[in-house]
Design a protein around this ligand. Structure first.
Ligand code: NAD
Length: 477
């Protein structure tokens, strides 16, 4: 099992930080040290800023076809290296290696999609009201980008930013997560090996607040893109305000799942448990609040518990493991607080509810029934393998419960009644809605939230558009 060599990428060179600072990267399944991660010094960050400015001039001057050719080459290199990168990803993040391979497949898909879509950054001609004048609307890359991403999808989170920026003709400085840096380094190597001009992609690490304050204070980046928690998103948006950078905010959610009495209860419970325990619940669109029509709650909860008990928990590098550890030790205490608080509020703990073992940060797949509305877990994003189940009475009650929080990322509903489906599609206050399915994310469709879950989309034509700005030109010859 080989773990990636950890380096920064600044102006086309892979290297250590200039002041020699590092931090250990830990395997969450074993607590072993995987490697030492270099931190970028303030001087290194300044170098990355200058490189991104110079790299932007080179990259935007190339044709979209030439850019796509390099992106396609990087995609093929990543395909060849998928097995090795998936090992790094699983070792540092904890997810099962099979899931890590699937994540890399999706990551490559995202890269290809943005490379192709970059060829379609069309403008338009507006009929002129003045004879002899041409009125042209053009799309151009917004400029160098500063991006910060979380650890839960070490490949996809990085590529959603890098692919979008590069597809549009922007350069980018990305600070991937210090907890899962190896996958980001491996992705950066693929781009450099594919012939990406120096400075177009820069990868840095450090103390997150220091790096973001430094990069966002600079006028060089013209755009901020962030994936992570709501409080950090709000903080970064404030930092970006001084230089009026455009922002894309992919923040947390607390996705309701509405299960109506006409749904196939057993099948839905199976699918819901699959969605809930994927990546140990550390997914921003993870189904997290299960509301079941009153007369079916026991049947749903029993089926959910049976599925939860079947989830094989363990080291993601071992065969047959379906759920790995939490990413960090701090998350164990957070999980325990959620469970203890729910039980204190009167919820019934049906299975799980404790750390598993004493090596590695494993938490049991947990199911809570009849969880009251005021329990912390019904209001704050759990980001872990805990499924709270509660009852609703009718459509209005279900919609009120689904829409009661400030989040608005994903929501799901299970029913076959066409009128009800129409009411749910119109009435749910979220950026992503899955009716009878948990599948709401593909490279070619927009992904993003509303309200305090953020704004702006990644993926789809909207995802490319996020890295483009509009110019209007009149031309009289
Ligand atoms: P956190 O908010 O401390 O960190 C989330 C990510 O943001 C990390 O990768 C971190 O490096 C980065 N970050 C933190 N402060 C930063 C700063 N000042 N500047 C730049 N980057 C910064 O939370 P955590 O304990 O790591 O994760 C748990 C919470 O994060 C969850 O409750 C969940 O809401 C959220 N989260 C959301 C997503 C998502 O996809 N929306 C992904 C991962 C985590």
């Amino acid at each position: 099992m080989a773990y990636e060599t950890l380096e920064l990428l600044i102006n086309g060179k892979f290297r250590q930080g200039s002041d020699g600072k590092t931090e250990p990267v830990l395997n969450p399944a074993t607590e072993d040290v995987l490697g030492q991660l270099p931190h970028a010094s303030p001087a290194d960050l300044d170098e990355a800023l200058a490189a991104s400015e110079a790299g932007f001039q080179i990259w935007k001057g190339m044709t979209a076809l030439a850019r796509q050719a390099i992106m396609e080459k990087a995609a093929r290199i990543l395909e060849d290296r998928t097995d090795a990168i998936a090992e790094t990803l699983s070792l540092e993040m904890g997810k099962p290696v099979g899931e890590a391979k699937m994540e890399m497949g999706f990551t490559i898909d995202v890269l290809r999609w943005y490379g192709e879509e970059g060829k379609r950054a069309y403008g338009r001609l507006v009929p002129s009201r003045i004879p002899g004048m041409r009125c042209m609307v053009t799309s151009e890359p917004v400029g160098p980008v500063a991006a910060f991403v979380a650890w839960n999808f070490p490949g996809v989170n990085v590529m959603r930013k890098v692919g979008g920026a590069l597809g549009a003709g922007c350069s980018i400085i990305i600070k991937a997560s210090e907890e899962t840096p190896g996958t980001a380094v491996a992705i950066a190597r693929a781009f450099q090996d594919a012939g990406l001009p120096d400075g177009v992609l820069n990868l840095v690490f450090g103390v997150p607040s220091d790096v973001s304050e430094h990069l966002l204070a600079s006028p060089i980046p013209k755009k901020l893109s962030f994936t992570g928690s709501v409080p950090v998103g709000k903080h970064l948006q404030k930092l970006a305000a001084d230089t009026l950078k455009r922002c894309t905010m992919e923040l947390g959610g607390h996705s309701p799942v509405l299960i109506f009495e006409d749904a196939d209860i057993e099948k839905t419970a199976q699918a819901a448990a699959g969605g809930k325990f994927r990546n140990a619940g550390q997914v921003c669109v993870s189904p997290t609040r299960f509301y079941v029509q009153k007369n079916k709650i026991d049947q749903f909860a029993d089926a959910f518990v049976a599925a939860a008990k079947n989830v094989k928990v363990g080291n993601g590098m071992e065969d047959g493991v379906a759920m790995g550890p939490l990413v960090g030790e701090r998350r164990l205490a957070v999980m325990q607080d959620f469970v203890d608080d729910a039980v204190k509020h009167g919820a019934e703990l049906m299975t799980g509810g404790a750390r598993r073992g004493n090596q590695g940060w494993f938490y049991e797949p947990t199911v809570l029934k009849n969880v009251p509305d005021d329990a912390m877990i019904m209001n704050e994003e759990p980001f872990g393998p805990i499924a709270p189940i509660a009852a609703f009475s009718d459509l209005d009650d279900a919609l009120a419960k689904a829409n009661k929080l400030d989040f608005g990322l994903a929501a799901y509903a299970f029913t076959h009644d066409p009128k009800r489906i129409a009411a749910l599609e119109a009435g749910i206050d979220a950026g992503l809605v899955g009716i009878n399915s948990f599948m709401i994310s593909t490279p070619e469709t927009p992904f993003g939230g509303v309200n305090e879950s953020g704004y702006g989309s990644e993926g789809g034509i909207e995802g490319l558009d996020a890295y483009l700005r509009t110019k209007f030109v009149t031309e009289t010859v």
